[in-house]
Design a protein around this ligand. Structure first.
Ligand code: SF4
Ligand code: FES
Length: 252
């Protein structure tokens, strides 16, 4: 297959970016989007042009490292990660526009790579659970209703890719934070720190410059882990309860 790529090139965080056009020729339709970029980069290197820098790691939809905005959509068409997008999803001869994730708290480092360290800071602000880890307990030692266990597992499937914030017109990270706050807060092992965790993660999110949720549902539409927006409502409830307790001086 043959395509024309319009790729965002930017030499560094402080320099202005620009689009450049490159041909992508003889691309197998079974190639992933990242493999297609590998082939284009080999071609660029052969011509003495700097290859396009982009983030990737597992290439299996697990790690959340890949982060491209393709034709205006974080991770591109479909609802998977960029690394799980295949070139057969595009039409022969198509012009494909490739940009980095766009969100102010994710500064562009170079070309298509952005710094998503703000997500790490939010996770760190959540702290540890006080439950002793030790050896694995019997599976039935702490009974957890299946509906709660399923919900916690759904929340835990967030891979921290940042597509939700990149898709949101407010650069809101509330889907990410909602998932992270919920997956521990729903389980007995994570409950003791539930209120403190919700307060500090939301405040860390605000400090990093992420916006508030305005119910666009753009986050839910692009999330490769299918995290539902109901976790945002849950986050708002958890935060409201924790803030009220803090205001009246109750034990968090
Ligand atoms: S909520 Fe979805 S889109 Fe947002 S970081 Fe997690 S996996 Fe990525
Ligand atoms: S490279 Fe790991 S999810 Fe895409």
């Amino acid at each position: 297959m043959n395509f024309t790529l319009r790729v965002w090139r930017q030499d560094g965080p402080e320099t202005a970016g620009r689009f450049e056009e490159y041909p992508a020729r003889n691309i197998p339709d079974e190639a992933s989007f990242l493999e297609m970029l590998d082939l284009v980069n080999e071609d660029l290197i052969g011509k003495g042009i700097e290859p396009v820098e982009f983030d990737h790691d597992c290439r299996e939809g697990i790690c959340g490292t890949c982060s491209l905005t393709i034709d205006g959509v974080p991770h591109g068409p479909g609802r998977g990660t960029t690394c799980q997008l295949y070139m057969r999803s595009f039409r022969e001869g198509e012009v494909i526009v490739i940009e980095p994730f766009r969100a102010t708290p994710f500064p562009i480092l170079r070309d298509l790579t952005v710094d998503r360290g703000a997500f790490d800071t939010i996770i760190q602000s959540g702290g540890f659970i006080s439950e002793r880890s030790g050896s694995a307990p019997d599976a039935n030692a702490v009974p957890i209703p299946k509906t709660i266990a399923d919900l916690a597992m759904d929340a835990a499937s967030c891979i921290g890719c940042g597509a939700c914030a990149a898709a949101c017109p407010n650069s809101s990270a509330m889907l990410f934070v909602g998932a992270k706050v919920s997956h521990l807060g729903l389980l007995p092992q994570g409950k003791p720190e539930k209120n403190r965790r919700a307060l500090s993660m939301v405040r860390s999110m605000d400090e990093a410059g992420f916006g508030n949720c305005s119910n666009y549902y753009a986050c839910e539409a692009v999330c490769p882990a299918s995290i539902p927006a109901s976790f945002i409502a849950s986050l708002n409830r958890q935060y409201a309860v924790a803030a009220a307790k803090e205001t009246v001086g109750a034990t968090l």
